[in-house]
Design a protein around this ligand. Structure first.
Ligand code: PLP
Length: 384
């Protein structure tokens, strides 16, 4: 019997078994770290599927197979970082092409598009994709990609993936969804009409703040061939140990996401009741602008990310983020430990003088899987 799961197997089962049959030579239950740069050939061109480790490595294949299954895609390609994945996707384009980008994207994505790729003749329009009229006005005959992030970072806006995908398809553009904030456990963009889904695997997929990585998943074989060519040609691939770490993280993705969601929902509701807090942004709150669409296109919960602002007259945001004990003051997100940060001065500094600058006093938290009472007590002492 094959030990690889059926496509009908549940998410938690596929996370542990997809791509992870026991090692054929030793029976190792855990996929080994194939720490090798090259593979022996029996005769010229006669190899066992692997030649040189930039092109492919069995640890990487296991990881790519597993994440493809979790996103409901036909294939997955792993990269050295989320930015390397984004850069490689954009290299599908040529000078003269145009990209419509959600206006509230990750700061590094904005920097790569605005400061690097624009120098190569690719044009970018940053628009509010929650506004259909603004999206319509941004489309051009040369638009090749519509780049969605949802929930967005750090304003946690919710973009309707199905609606934007349908319009983009009619305009002849591919839709790419940066699914980093939701993870495939909570949101499956390919099923909603997206052509590609990508992740910073550094965040929820790895889940333990111990590895940097990126992943791209899709269904179209032609795009796969072109991306594989670029992956090998440009070479921004992850090492086998990094692949192994993310693969290990994936095994507990469902468990971790459930706990992130339960903790974040409780903390968002609690923050709304705090006198020091002016406004809480969390798609799981019934009054949140994105709640209706999020409830339709996400499942199991609304994620572990919350943004909020403080009322004037009390502690400053800068002060609060430096006073928490369990919420560590750090960039990044999606790990088991809670983090807190000030996007305008940290993750989103690169957008400071642009049209898409974030409010200077916005606090963003990544809610971890610690005991929620300890997390609330920690925020309480920092706020009061
Ligand atoms: C972190 C992040 C990225 C970049 O990924 P790296 O692994 O840091 O290169 C891209 N998009 C989002 C939403 C992110 O949070």
């Amino acid at each position: 019997m094959s030990s690889t799961p059926d496509e009908s197997a549940g998410f938690g089962t596929r996370a542990i078994h997809a791509g992870q049959a026991p090692d054929p030579t030793t029976g190792a239950v855990t996929v080994p770290i194939y720490q090798t740069s090259t593979f022996v050939q029996r005769g010229v061109g006669e190899h066992q599927g692997y030649e040189y480790a930039r092109t492919g490595n069995p640890t990487r294949t296991a990881y790519e197979t597993c994440i493809a299954s979790l996103e409901g895609g036909a294939w997955g390609l792993a990269f050295a970082s989320g930015m390397a994945a984004i850069d490689t996707i954009l290299k599908l384009l040529s000078a003269g092409d145009h990209v419509v980008v959600a206006d509230d994207v990750y700061g590094g994505t904005f920097r790569l598009f605005d400061k690097v790729l624009s120098r190569f003749g690719i044009a970018f329009s940053f628009v509010d994709l929650t506004d259909p009229a603004a999206f319509e006005a941004a489309l051009r005959p040369t638009t090749r990609i519509v780049w969605i992030e949802t929930p967005t970072n750090p304003m946690l806006k919710i973009v309707d993936i199905a609606a934007v995908s349908a319009r983009a398809k009619a305009a002849g553009a591919w839709v790419v969804v940066d699914n980093t904030f939701a993870s495939p456990y909570l949101q499956q963009p390919l099923a909603l009409g997206a052509d590609l889904v990508m992740h910073s695997a550094t965040k929820y997929l790895g889940g333990h703040s111990d590895v940097v990585g990126g992943i791209v998943v899709g269904n179209d074989g032609d795009i796969e061939a072109r991306l594989r060519f670029l992956q090998n040609a440009a070479g921004a691939v992850p090492g086998p140990f990094d692949c192994w770490l993310v693969l290990r993280g994936l095994k507990t993705l469902a468990l971790r996401m459930r706990h992130h969601c339960v903790n974040a929902q409780a903390i968002a509701e609690w923050l709304e009741d705090q006198p020091a807090v002016a406004h809480v942004i969390y798609p799981g709150l019934p009054g949140d602008a994105g709640h209706a669409v999020a409830a339709r296109q996400m499942r199991h919960g609304f994620g572990g990310m919350i943004s909020f602002t403080l009322r004037p007259g009390g502690r400053s945001a800068r002060d609060v983020v430096a006073r928490t004990r369990y919420f560590k003051l750090a960039e990044s997100l999606g790990g088991v430990e809670s983090l807190i940060e000030l996007p305008s001065a940290m993750t989103h500094l690169s957008t400071a003088d642009s049209d898409i600058a974030v409010p200077v006093d916005l606090i963003r938290i990544s809610v971890g899987i610690e005991d929620v009472a300890d997390l609330m007590a920690d925020l309480d002492q920092a706020l009061s």
